[in-house]
Design a protein around this ligand. Structure first.
Ligand code: NAD
Length: 379
């Protein structure tokens, strides 16, 4: 008898999650619930909320609003300084991944708990991963102390997220789900979270692109983003995130856009060697009403019908969303592709479903740089 069952482990990450329209008004209660009383608000979304007005009853002792992408060390140091000077006992982040990332950098050294109020679909609030950038080099690490104690999802806060950012950020969340299917620590729990995350994002994103104020669809996107990041936190970084991490750092490419552009190319490359993951992607998107877009005439053209189907359903979603498709448009020059391919190939984890040579990566990134359609790459 052959046993085809891998040994896996899953660790829960303790966190209270509150969600619903208007939930931001519960921040003060949630802070009190933790027995805390002096909040430093960390935010980068200027104009999104008048912080004091949107957080009734919260004792705000400081506001740090100088958040910048990828948490430059000097920004982290300034925020840490303010936290110490103000005597804050809790950090309340209101904003996208950069705001929660800044709060995490403070939590890491100042040992303060975080209450996170996310306003994008980046998902950093559900992970214990921190990152700080110094001289263009991003250092990341995991530490239980940076996982927000409470997350408050208020879909009303995302209504003003511009459509382009909504799409990029939503596809960043989708990439968390997909990469979780073949992450180094993937197992049944992370896979279940990823499946449902794909379905919810597939349901919500096409609606919010046409009707940004649809609160039900905005909630679905937030739920999907939370499941996505929870799956990713458990499964670890697969090929997609490893490549995005090095390229984003080396060529200063915008985080969510980079994820959005690369995802179909990674799916086209990996799924021939990961037919079960391919089937999950196709089934989850199908159940959200996104069948193949008809662009793939013969689903068996590459000899990998399930891979073709997963890429076709993903392409249907991308056309529906008017998603970005070109790394060139994000700022990667054609003559930078060879150096990018060298860095990216070296970053792929050894657990990837199939090996990736520099030549493979050169072809993949060449297509992505030029904005060409992603293809299934036969084994
Ligand atoms: P971001 O936080 O930089 O926000 C992007 C832009 O959107 C900003 O200008 C911001 O002010 C604006 N914005 C945010 N919410 C808005 C809203 N509701 N309405 C209008 N404008 C709004 O970008 P992001 O994509 O959310 O996060 C990216 C960062 O998060 C990267 O640094 C990435 O590395 C990090 N990240 C970390 C993890 C982790 O687990 N540690 C996971 C995902 C992302």
């Amino acid at each position: 008898m052959t046993v085809d069952v891998a040994t896996t482990a899953y660790e829960t990450r303790p966190q209270r999650v509150v969600s619903g329209p208007g939930a931001i008004r519960q921040v003060a209660d949630e802070v009190a619930r933790l027995g805390l009383r002096r909040a430093m608000v960390v935010t980068g979304t200027s104009g999104l909320v008048s912080v004091q007005g949107a957080l009734p009853g919260l004792n705000v002792v400081a506001v740090f609003d100088a958040v910048r992408p990828h948490v430059p060390l000097e920004v982290a140091e300034a925020a840490r300084h303010l936290a110490r000077d103000s005597g804050a006992d809790v950090l309340v982040s209101v904003g996208g991944g950069s705001a929660v990332g800044t709060a995490k950098a403070v939590a890491l050294t100042e040992h303060l708990p975080i209450v996170a109020v996310p306003t994008t679909y980046a998902g950093s609030e559900a992970t214990d991963v921190w990152g700080v950038t110094q001289a263009g080099q991003k250092t990341t690490g995991t530490d239980a102390s940076v996982l927000p104690r409470t997350v408050i999802y208020d879909p009303e806060l995302t209504v003003g997220l511009p459509p382009e950012l909504t799409v990029r950020s939503g596809l960043n969340a989708l990439a968390h789900c997909v990469d979780s299917l073949w992450g180094p620590l993937a197992g049944p729990v992370s896979t279940a979270l990823a499946d449902e995350g794909i379905r919810l994002l597939g349901l919500g994103l096409p609606v919010v692109v046409t009707d940004p104020a649809d609160i039900t669809a905005r909630s679905r996107c937030q739920e999907g983003a939370y499941l996505a990041a929870s799956a990713f936190a458990a499964a670890g970084s697969g090929m997609h995130h490893a490549v995005c991490h090095v390229l984003g750092g080396a060529f200063t490419l915008e985080h969510a856009g980079l994820h959005a552009v690369l995802l179909p190319h990674v799916v086209g490359f990996n799924t021939p060697a990961a037919p079960v993951a391919a089937e999950r992607i196709a089934t989850a998107l199908d159940s959200a009403g996104l069948g193949p877009d008809g662009s793939t005439n013969a689903l068996a053209a590459s000899g990998h019908p399930m891979a073709e189907e997963s890429l076709a359903t993903l392409s249907a979603l991308y056309s529906n969303l008017g998603a970005p498709t070109s790394l060139g448009a994000l700022g990667l020059l054609a003559d930078q592709v060879p150096a990018a391919a060298r860095l990216a190939a070296a970053a792929v984890p050894p657990t990837n479903p199939r090996p990736v040579t520099e030549a493979d990566m050169l072809a993949l990134l060449g297509r992505a740089q030029a904005g060409e359609r992603a293809v299934v790459v036969p084994l």
